[in-house]
Design a protein around this ligand. Sequence first.
Ligand code: IPE
Ligand code: IPE
Ligand code: MG
Length: 249
Amino acid sequence: MAPEQTTEETPTRIPTHIAMIMDGNGRWAAARNLPRLAGHQAGTENLRRVITACVEFGIQYLTIYAFSTENWGRPDDEVQGLMHIVADVIERELDELHRQGVQLRHIGRLEHLDEDLRNKVLHAVELTRDNHRLVLNVAFNYGGRDEIVCAVRQLMKAGYQADEVNEQTISQYLFTADSPDPDLIIRTSGEMRISNFLIWQAAYSEWYFTPTYWPDFDKEELRKALLAFGSRDRRFGRLSNCAQESHAG
Ligand code: IPE
Ligand code: IPE
Ligand code: MG
């Protein structure tokens, strides 16, 4: 079989942590003459499929970018619509996620969110805290720069001296303190930029871009991304034969 005909190949090198920029909901909807919110609805429905696929592939950490600090700049009806969709999805999906052994975590700021949504997020995190099959970090009202600002403030409040601050201490004060850095970051919809996502943690992540809009990104697409990941030579600045898969710094 030619190397590009990888239809049946099963990925063997599975990343511990995948992060996903779920982009293209609006264009998916526009291509169908539907309102943008229909695209967001389809995007959240797709999430269930992708989470199940991640569990099946044995991925331990999944981080999804659901709403950025910059997304507040969208028209009010889209922002409010997104808030409702997220509240609904937590309500509808939480029991099933809990049953699947998914541990939900939130990264970003809960301030400025509607109280009802904030309480739903806190309840979901509390309910699933002892699950260990898959850790799902939901980046909602998240910005990478904002995360670093928060970390620096916390460090200063904790009384750190300048020479006590190093890469590890900063990592420990980020929203992602309890997760390893992502091995693989996937961005759908053909855009090739970071858009303020995990800017610290992505230092040595592998990137995978696909033109597929998020609502159409399925298990087969994920399999292709995993195969691409499996073929990468992660050197972490060293030479192939002495770089470790798990970067120790
Ligand atoms: C990603 O889809 C979802 C969010 C940013 C909330 P978009 O809404 O950015 O979709 P496009 O990029 O306009 O197609
Ligand atoms: C990034 O997508 C944010 C999310 C997917 C939640 P955007 O659509 O907001 O990013 P830009 O504006 O195209 O960079
Ligand atoms: Mg977009």
